[in-house]
Each structure stands twice: as C-alpha cells, then as structure tokens.
Design a protein around this ligand. Structure first.
Ligand code: EPZ
Length: 424
C-alpha cells in the first residue's frame, strides 16, 4: 500500500499542465459501446484507477480496449455480454454508466446495484426511473438491475428529473440516442462533463438539442459511428491545484485549461484574497499574505462543486476568520473532518454544515484517506502543516488524481510516495 509523506510549509510556484477529466472520460468510455463497428479513439484520458476499472468492465462485455499514453481506443463490434458484475461495480459506482448504452444498443443489460460509498447512500433510482420511462422493464434481483427493452428497442419519452443528477443525465442520454422517437429531458445536469458527453454523442451521429441547458431533446437514430475525440481537462484537479497554491501562499500557473469551467471556484478564490489572471487556456493565481474566511455552498453546476468541498475546508483552516461550508449535494460528505482535526483544524460539523475559525496552526501527523476528495484535502492540509504529514491509503487518491505528488513536486512541494505495510 502507498502513503504520501509531506514536509509542510513550502511555497508552491511554477507552472503545471492539468490532466484530462476523469468524470468526462468515464461517461464517454461507456458511450463508446454504442457504435456497431469501428474503433473510437479518445485523447487526453487520465491514467487513473477508475479509467482502468471501467476499461476492464468494457472488456468483460466484449469490447476491445487499449490505453497508451493517455489515448484510449475502444472497438465495440464484438460486444456480446451484457452484465456488469458486482466485483467491478462495487469498486466504482460509475460502472452503472454501461446500463444506458447496453440497453440502448442491445435492448438488455444486467448491472449490479452500486451500493453505498464513503459519504453516504448513493441511490440510482433516477437512473432506473428514466430507463422505465424509455420502455425498459426493470427487475431488481440478488442486488442486480435486470433491464430489458419491452419492444426490443427503447422508445422516446419525456423525463423530469426530480433531482439534478450528473450520472442519471448521462445514462439517460446514452439510452435515448438510439431509442425510437424523441426524448425530452427536464432538470438535466449541465456539468461540463455532460456537455462533453453530448458533444461526443453528436459527433458519433446522435441528434441532441439544448446542449448546455437543463432541457435536452434527443431524437433517436438508427446507428452511431466510431469517432476520434479529445477529452476536456479536469476542472476538479485544476481547482485542487489552485487551492494547493493558495494554502501555501504560492503563485502558480495552470495550462491547458478552460477558465470558464471553474468560474465559481475562481470567484471564491478571489473572495478569499487571491489574485487570479485568466487567459484562453491558462489560469494564474497569486496568493495573498493572508487568506480571508469565505463561505461556500456546494450545489450542482454552475455553482461551487461538491467535489471541491473537502479541499475548501482544508484551505479555510488557513484563512482569517470564521467560515461556513455547506454541502447541498452529499449531506454526509465530511469524512475528511475528523482527520483534518487530528492536524489541529478545530472544525465542527452539524448535519451538512461545517464551521471553523482560522487561521489555525496545523501540525503534521499520520492521517487516513477515506475517499477521493477527502484524500486531496488531507494533502492540502499537509502542505500547510508544520512538520511531516503522512497521508495513508492513497489508493483512494489514485482513483481521481494522476500522479498528483509529481505535479506538486514540480511546483516545489516536498512530497514523496512511500510503500508501507498497514499491518506492521
Ligand atoms: C457524479 O456522481 C460524479 N462522478 C461525482 O464525482 C460528483 O460528486 C457528482 O456527480 C456530483 O457532481 C462521476 O461523474 C463519475 P449525481 P453521480 O447523480 O453522478 C442524488 C468525484 O469525486 N441521486 O449528480 O453519482 C445523489 O445521492 C465523484 O469525482 C439520487 O438521489 O452524482 C446526490 O445527492 C464523487 N438518485 C445527487 O443526486 C439517483 O439515481 C447528485 O448526485 C442519482 C443521484
């Protein structure tokens, strides 16, 4: 098992290129199941555990998948198996993304229910309800979703999502593109990763109107063709690196990014006192002498992202004054707090609200990762803490950040990846 050993209080400076988006890549990889022939090529795919987990799932259903130097090729001609097994789905909830494409192209799919995760129950009722509306019969048996298109092919429908859901929007889009007739979605997610999925589907020949809005209209087509596609950048990695610069009073530049996709994060960093300069594909951040306490409300895009909530709490431990962090998306996503408090943070959590008064002098200690973004927040705190911090179980981190310690080292952090035996 690996841990990251961090010697705190080194200022970050310099420039780093941000990797491709994990969450866009996962949806697009599932959508590559849709063409009946040809090889789809996806560029700027991050080298992450989740990408390899989904690649293995695509291979299990019969696709030919190759990953080489951040380019994925997927040929779905010989897909002939329609089951996503529990062993893979429990490792990564996004495996449920194969439900829509398998149902759409083959009229059948058996996908394990994903179960819970470190920050609470994560139901898939919106996915299931949408498939039913598109004409699928759904049975839940032995922890599996068994879905069949009643007429052999899905039929277009009007679907109002009661909650804005990235995954349910993506899955429903992939189901609707080959359905018979028109599908109208209301209260659809508008995250950049969903826009990237729509762009990918349209390039494959799908007919989608309203891209970038909460109301999408999809006219089903007979077939889709394989394409070449360049993935978008990872806005959460970009935001995390900016927070790393801000927590160390640093000054960094991010390249190969689209600043408009993390606008709310940039606004909050400015409110906290950072100077931000943006150009077409780069962001330059200069930290203030003293950060100002700044409240956030994590909500669906274009609001402040829940995937940055844990990192923001870490940052606010170094800000002057009291701050309040509310997560309206995942009400229990605060497993990072007890670990941050072991470094001396003094954070209180009541329901889905965290409050703290900074700045606090953090001192290094061993801390345990519990989930992907919690790990990132522990690293940020370690960068600011006095002494040495060891972040254990970084396999959580490797799910969603590609070689983060190399990127941080490139920016001047003192951080090493070290093997260790948890039971020593
Ligand atoms: C996606 O998860 C992301 N994962 C998550 O990122 C991200 O936190 C989340 O969107 C919110 O932005 C991927 O894209 C692979 P949701 P997803 O459906 O699709 C509720 C990371 O750190 N809900 O938008 O699973 C749900 O409980 C990961 O990269 C239902 O009630 O999230 C939540 O409260 C973590 N029923 C809200 O909707 C459903 O059927 C939003 O969840 C589905 C969701």
């Amino acid at each position: 098992m690996d841990k990251l050993v961090i010697e705190g209080q080194h200022r970050l400076s310099g420039s780093v290129m941000v990797s491709g988006s994990k969450n866009a890549a996962l949806a697009i990889m599932a959508a590559a199941l849709l063409p009946e022939s040809g090889t789809t090529t996806i560029k700027r795919v991050p080298d992450l555990r989740d990408v390899h987990t989904l690649s293995n799932l695509l291979r299990i259903v019969g696709a030919k998948v190759n990953f080489n130097d951040h380019t994925l090729t997927i040929n779905s001609e010989s897909v002939s198996h329609f089951e996503a097994p529990y062993e893979l789905v429990k490792k990564m909830r996004a495996s449920i993304y194969v439900l829509g494409p398998l149902l759409s192209r083959f009229g059948q799919a058996t996908v394990s229910l994903p179960g819970g995760c470190a920050f609470g129950p994560r139901p898939v009722d919106l996915h299931i309800d949408a498939m039913k509306k598109l004409g699928a019969s759904i049975e839940i048996q032995d922890g599996y979703i068994i879905a069949k298109a009643k007429q052999g092919r899905l039929t277009g429908a009007t679907i109002h999502f009661k909650t804005t859901s990235v995954g349910a929007t993506g899955n429903t889009l992939m189901a609707a593109v080959l359905a018979n007739g028109v599908t109208k979605l209301f209260n659809a997610a508008i995250e950049p990763e969903i826009i990237a999925l729509c762009d990918f589907l349209v390039k494959m020949g799908a007919k989608i109107k309203g891209i970038g809005t909460k109301h999408l209209e999809i006219e089903g087509v007979e077939k889709l063709h394989a394409i070449e596609f360049a993935n978008i950048f990872d806005r959460i990695e970009a935001s995390t690196l900016l927070a790393a610069a801000a927590i160390t009073s640093g000054k960094i530049t991010l390249t190969e990014v689209d600043p408009s996709e993390l606008n709310t994060v940039l606004i909050k960093l400015k409110q906290a006192g950072c100077t931000i300069e943006t150009h077409e594909t780069s962001i330059h951040l200069t930290s203030p002498k003293k950060l100002k306490a700044t409240n956030i409300d994590a909500k669906p895009y274009p609001n402040f992202p829940t995937d940055m909530q844990a990192q923001w709490i870490a940052l606010m431990t170094q800000a002057d004054g009291s701050s309040k962090i509310v997560d309206h998306v995942y009400l229990e996503r605060f497993n990072h707090v007890p670990e941050l408090n072991r470094l001396g943070a003094g954070i209180e959590v009541k329901k889905n609200v965290a409050t703290l008064k900074g700045p606090t002098n953090l001192s290094g200690a061993k801390v345990m990762s519990t989930d992907l973004r919690a790990s990132a927040s522990l690293i940020l705190a370690g960068l600011a803490a006095k002494g040495t911090t060891e972040v254990l179980r970084v396999y959580h981190l490797d799910r969603g950040y590609e070689k983060i310690e190399q990127k941080l080292r490139q920016l001047g952090a003192k951080i090493e990846r070290v093997k260790y035996n948890e039971f020593e």
